[in-house]
Design a protein around this ligand. Structure first.
Ligand SMILES: NC(=O)c1ccc[n+]([C@@H]2O[C@H](COP(=O)([O-])OP(=O)(O)OC[C@H]3O[C@@H](n4cnc5c(N)ncnc54)[C@H](OP(=O)(O)O)[C@@H]3O)[C@@H](O)[C@H]2O)c1
Length: 356
């Protein structure tokens, strides 16, 4: 197990899809990272060969680091000067490009949906299923590997459900989302479609939210992930919020505890990233608010540097057992920050050494 002190020199990493919404968030979060250093940025042929400052329309709140602005954008070919690549690629191209990189020996840490349902690929959320990382050993990618993170709305949901499943059992989940505009990438949803509006459909989103949580919360045993046996019904909406997905969740538990017992489990929840003191791990993966009008995207999306999932309004549900509201930052916890935490876990567990 590697600790912060044992990472002597920074590990070079590349970013695929570096010009997009998630790619820019990777650059922002990796700029000051204690373990990783950006060695390459890559995107489509439209951007390849240009200086990054000319290829990307930078819209992060922190200034674009000059070292990155001067970098020449590469094509997404597996000849980048690094072992780890973070992928923020458009799903229409991510599948094949990520496979090519893994087969060439790269460790691909992906945000895209393409490989999430592959039986030998983990959908990793280190607070929830750090043990699923073992399954990469069964991948037929030589020294390479593919590790994915969940759909951005599934991430907050599984962190909130983990203590409930472990302590009380879980049989049914109903979730209604209010998802931020940045979840659609850049330029995303046309302003005339979203200002003064709610769009009650996000292509493909409900299917992901109804299937990914069972794999993520499943048991890893004998080289296989056995999905958890609960059902999810999801309704997904796009709302006029820039960052931060809100979700109204109702749950049916196997054993119904008091509301106070649930809140205590959420407040006390800590896991592997906190024990390992991974650089991107929030001190508290979950934060429960007693105020009945919290959490709110504008106020709480940056809790724990965007890595803490905020929860509030736990109350009895007349149809299932309990209902509550959660909020999680979609481009940090649900995308770039979550992927960086995955890479930290992989490195801390000695993954780079075992896949030399
Ligand atoms: N936004 C979120 O909150 C979020 C959360 C979780 C997961 N995701 C997933 O993360 C991925 C990226 O999302 P995004 O929102 O960042 O999308 P985006 O803003 O549209 O960015 C897409 C990136 O893919 C690159 N690309 C497009 N076609 C390419 C090609 N043929 N070859 C190589 N690169 C190509 C683009 O490069 P050019 O600039 O050169 O075109 C750009 O860098 C998607 O799979 C998405 O589902 C997004």
């Amino acid at each position: 197990m590697k600790s912060n002190d044992q990472i002597k020199s920074k590990i070079p990493v590349g970013i695929l899809g570096a010009t997009g919404s998630v790619g820019q968030k990777f650059i922002e979060l990796l700029a000051e990272h204690p373990w990783f250093e950006i060695a390459a940025v890559a995107a489509s042929d439209r951007s390849a060969g240009k200086a990054y400052r000319d290829a990307a329309h930078w819209f992060m709140s922190k200034p674009l680091p000059s070292r990155i602005a001067d970098m020449t954008v590469k094509a997404c070919e597996p000849d980048l000067p690094c072992r780890i690549v973070f992928s923020g690629l458009d799903a229409s191209v991510a599948g094949e490009i990520e496979t090519n990189f893994a087969k060439a020996g790269y460790i691909v840490i992906s945000n895209s949906r393409n490989h999430r349902s592959d039986p030998d690929v983990p959908i990793l959320v280190p607070e929830v299923n750090a043990d699923h990382l073992e399954i990469v050993k069964t991948q037929q990618n030589g020294q390479g590997a593919i590790i994915t993170n969940p759909n951005c709305a599934a991430t907050g949901l599984v962190v909130a459900l983990k203590p409930l499943l472990d302590k009380f059992g879980l049989s049914k989940v109903n979730v209604v989302t209010m998802q931020a505009i940045s979840g659609a990438g850049y330029p995303g949803v046309a302003s005339l479609d979203i200002i003064d509006n709610v769009v009650p459909f996000i292509g493909g989103e409900e299917g992901k939210l109804e299937s990914e949580p069972q794999k993520i919360l499943g048991n890893y045993c004998d080289g296989r992930i056995e999905p958890a046996q609960f059902k999810v019904s999801a309704s997904c909406n796009r709302v006029a919020v820039t960052d931060g997905h809100m979700e109204c969740v109702s749950v049916k538990l196997a054993r119904k505890p008091s509301a106070n017992k649930i809140i205590t489990e959420w407040k006390e929840f800590r896991s592997e990233p906190q024990r390992l003191k991974l650089p991107s791990a929030p001190a508290n993966p979950l934060c429960y608010f007693e105020e009945n009008n919290y959490p709110q995207p504008k106020l709480h999306r940056l809790l724990g540097d965007g890595m803490t999932v905020a929860i509030g309004r736990l109350r009895e549900c007349p149809i299932l057992d309990y209902k509550f509201v959660l909020l999680s930052h979609n481009t940090i916890r649900g995308a770039a920050g979550g992927a960086i935490l995955n890479a930290e876990l992989f490195v801390a567990k000695g993954g780079l050494e075992t896949r030399k």
